[in-house]
Design a protein around this ligand. Sequence first.
Ligand code: PLP
Length: 395
Amino acid sequence: MIYDFETVLDRRDLGSAKWKEMEGKNPKLEKGIVPLSVADMEFKHPAKLIDGIKKFLDRDFLGYGLPNRSYYEAVISFMEEEHNFPIEKDWIINTPGVVPAIFNAIRTLTNIGDGVIIMPPVYHPFSFAIERQNRKLVRCPLINKEGHYEIDFNLFENLAKDPANKILLFCSPHNPVGRVWTKEELARLAEIIKANDLFLLSDEIHFDLIMPGFSHTVFQTIDEDLADRTITMTAPTKTFNLAGLSVSNIIIKNKALREKFTSGLDGISLKTTSSIAYKACEIAYNECRDWLRECIEVIDENQRYVHKFFKERHPRIKANLIEGTYLDWIDFRALEMDPRNLEDFMTEKAKLFLDEGYIFGVEGEGFERINLAAPRSVIIDAMDRLDMALDNLEK
Ligand SMILES: Cc1ncc(COP(=O)(O)O)c(C=O)c1O
């Protein structure tokens, strides 16, 4: 390894949302416990990224920003080289995040009361974007086949046929279940989307975080007709741990769709203005891909450690290997605790600060989402605390 994935950082006093949430849950928590919740990484950034941002700061510009030519070049090359996804400059729209882009797309493409289909358990802000804007949440739950999640195509087709349903809001790779959808699965979905005249909002924020042996297909590359009805949501923020910089690249090929989306942003004056954020994305995409390769190796080793831990020490708890993202999805239903008791057990007995499965929908009850993007020693400590807590429970 060239890069440092081992240093344990203390982000208690930095205003980190993840660390503050942990502190909120247990203000008297001893030092040395690292939260494994919110999808921020606990790794050091590559020096190239921090040094590049410092160099930019030395030029003394903190005014309103717009993307430069070099920014667009970086994004276009990254999409082409890393994802086989050829795009044009005009297709790229910047928003301060993928979640605001989802809210904006739903608001601009549907009317109050229209249906938006999601596949729970799924990233919880999906339901906020639908329900808080008075649209109808239409659920097409994934099928859990002994820990391997699959799409319920029959149900999806039935839901798609209802003319009240206008959008599929899709997560690819899927947070929290860690699936990387195959080309065949995407092609089958695409047929149903096109046949029923749906829009596709494809949240691909985790698309760079693919475990060895799997490969991600950008959904809209499946075919041209599909691309014309798709908004692909990407960002460097999960990949390079830049969430606090609020920068994302929303890719819309169809001009009319793009204009609708943009006029929605203008309508609420939602603009990205941080020149530092653009610079950070540019440096990450141009110069930090080797860091990313190592990062994926570390995440994969961490998940294998966790998988082995449960298999050997507590086999009734199921930790399947994920295919993508850095978020492990662990089935604690064998403990037969209700979701609040499970949460208390984690925070009070195991001193583990995770994301509770129930926030992703009722299908997540009894599950915990564990962030694997942390130094190995942090993962080992976490599993040791859990081991003790589970042993005490079984006594
Ligand atoms: C699927 C998914 N979409 C979006 C986001 C966050 O998007 P943003 O911070 O760009 O609004 C996350 C964060 O974890 C996520 O997992």
